[in-house]
Design a protein around this ligand. Structure first.
Ligand SMILES: Nc1ncnc2c1ncn2[C@@H]1O[C@H](COP(=O)(O)OP(=O)(O)OP(=O)(O)O)[C@@H](O)[C@H]1O
Ligand SMILES: [Mg+2]
Length: 144
């Protein structure tokens, strides 16, 4: 249960503490479910202190040390219609050595087949949110 923004910060910090290069945090959920809010909380947990834009229009935003503990790519695939579009944007190059936080992962075929994927489905519940978390194989020792 994520009753408020403070709860999003706690979850984001926990993900950031466990996050490693090559991982994907796949943030699913409808419009306004809280995906960008959680992405911002993860970036804050990685040490990023400045404002984080929603990548809805840029699609991909890149964060590099020393402003973050490890390289992070924040992507919002809402406007894409085909997994090939992500390849065209150079997603694989951005991902090299970096972790990926992806909003609307289903628009590019999803990442749940990757062992480094932490799948999170956000849903509205009353005033707050519920998160359903499914860790990939690489996360099993890190997420308990
Ligand atoms: N746990 C929470 N409790 C209450 N409000 C929340 C919570 N998480 C996020 N919100 C609020 O929900 C609104 C939408 O959040 P956000 O922009 O993160 O959604 P999103 O899933 O990224 O939407 P979009 O699909 O449009 O990109 C914001 O006003 C945010 O403050
Ligand atoms: Mg968003």
């Amino acid at each position: 249960m994520l009753p408020d923004l403070a709860a999003m910060q706690v979850l984001g910090s926990r993900i950031a503490a466990a996050l490693q290069p090559g991982d994907v945090v796949a943030l699913a959920g409808g419009l306004g479910a809280g995906k960008t809010t959680l992405a911002r909380a993860i970036l804050a947990g990685l040490g990023y202190a400045a404002e984080v834009p929603s990548p809805t229009f840029a699609i991909i935003e890149q964060y590099l040390p020393p402003t973050v503990r490890l390289p992070l790519v924040h992507a919002d695939f809402y406007r894409l219609r085909d997994p090939a579009d992500a390849a065209e944007l150079g997603l694989d190059d951005y991902r090299a050595g970096a972790a990926l936080v992806a909003e609307w992962p289903e628009m590019v075929g999803g990442f749940a087949h990757e062992p480094g994927c932490l799948s999170i489905l956000l849903e509205t519940a009353d005033e707050g949110r519920i998160a359903i978390v499914e860790p990939g194989a690489d996360w099993l020792g890190r997420w308990g």
